[in-house]
Design a protein around this ligand. Structure first.
Ligand code: PBG
Ligand code: ZN
Length: 327
């Protein structure tokens, strides 16, 4: 009998041996970014669970502050805002006292060492729910949207945001934001660009959480077509040329191949965004006892690291840290 075949099992016999030869280091607490939804409301104790995202909440400023204080292991957060009023110009997005701007000031006061990242987009603030300004005939206007995104990013930086993260997918927005930040003296504020963002069904629960679903139409004229992989590299290259300091690939799970390609093609830090739909699926299966939720979650996150992610945005971040599932 020929026994000269490859014996992969030799190096799998014992835990310390498997650890020695493991190619991807385990997830670290400092790799994780936790998203929060903060609501502009007169009710200081407002705290509402998001039906499609069990365990995630819409929070008032006070509740957000409490939530973050109760998670001292958390090093980075990503903020989304729900304004009390919406209009066709997304005024709430760049209001100096807008909800995200207030939230940044709060968190910076209570947890100065916390890294605060802000999502820069208009869809939570427009009455029509699109990520940009609409023309009279309902087309999302690219160039007219750029100054508003730039104003939004500057207002976040002025409030104390450490990083601005544009998610709108307008062309040229990284350059517009970089220029505006520099002009206002925020040369040191990085831009973490959602460079590679697909038009995905996996954003469904988020749109309930952020009340940002488009009133009519979809986002396919600005977000990427799921069939395209080479285009991801074009988008990434453009954003780096415009001054992006790091890139996000989104969603992460169904697009791990894209994560890997972007990692191979570019040298900037890359972030995987495990989106709301990915959260909802794991959580639902976990709640029903259909899957070992913790094990499946850690395996998913390890997959993002193996694909090349330096950092991960996940709604599980807070729980992972609290339950000491990562160190
Ligand atoms: C806003 C934005 C969205 C997400 C992040 N920023 C929604 C969208 O583009 O429709 C999705 C996040 C998630 O699903 O977890 N542009
Ligand atoms: Zn948007």
């Amino acid at each position: 009998m020929n026994t000269a075949f490859h014996r992969g099992r030799r190096l799998r016999q014992k835990a310390p041996l498997r650890a020695l030869v493991r190619e991807t280091s385990p997830l670290l607490a400092e790799d994780l970014i936790m998203p929060y939804f903060v609501v502009e409301t007169g009710d200081r104790h407002f705290r509402k669970e998001i039906p499609s995202m069990p365990g995630q909440f819409q929070l008032s400023l006070d509740e957000l502050e409490k939530q973050v204080e109760a998670a001292p292991e958390l090093t980075s957060v990503l903020l989304f805002g729900l304004p009390s009023r919406k209009d066709d110009k997304a005024s709430g997005a760049y209001a100096e006292n807008g909800i995200v701007q207030q939230a940044v000031r709060r968190l910076k006061a209570s947890r100065p060492e916390l890294l605060v990242i802000t999502d820069v987009c208009l869809c939570e603030y427009t009455s029509h729910g699109h990520c940009g300004i609409l023309s009279a005939d309902g087309v999302v206007q690219n160039d007219a949207t750029l100054p508003l995104l730039a104003k939004t990013a500057v207002s976040h930086a002025r409030a104390g945001a450490d990083i601005t993260a544009p998610s709108d997918m307008m062309d040229g927005r990284v350059a517009a934001i970089r220029q505006a930040l520099d002009a206002e003296g925020f040369v040191q504020t990085p831009v973490l660009s959602y460079a590679v963002k697909y038009a995905s069904a996996f954003y469904g629960p988020f749109r309930e959480a952020a009340q940002s679903a488009p009133a009519s139409g979809d986002r396919k004229s600005y977000q990427m077509d799921p069939g395209n992989a080479r285009e991801a590299l074009i988008e990434a290259r453009a954003d780096i040329a415009e001054g992006a300091d790091a890139l996000i690939v989104k969603p992460a799970g169904p697009y791990a191949d894209i994560l890997h390609r972007v990692r191979q093609a570019f040298d900037v830090p890359v972030c995987a965004y495990q989106v709301s739909g990915e959260y909802a699926m794991l959580r639902a299966a976990g709640i029903n006892g259909w899957i070992d939720e913790k094990a499946a979650l850690l395996e998913s996150l390890l997959g993002f690291k193996r694909a090349g992610a330096d950092m991960i945005i996940t709604y599980f971040a807070e729980e992972l840290l609290k339950q000491k599932l990562v160190r």
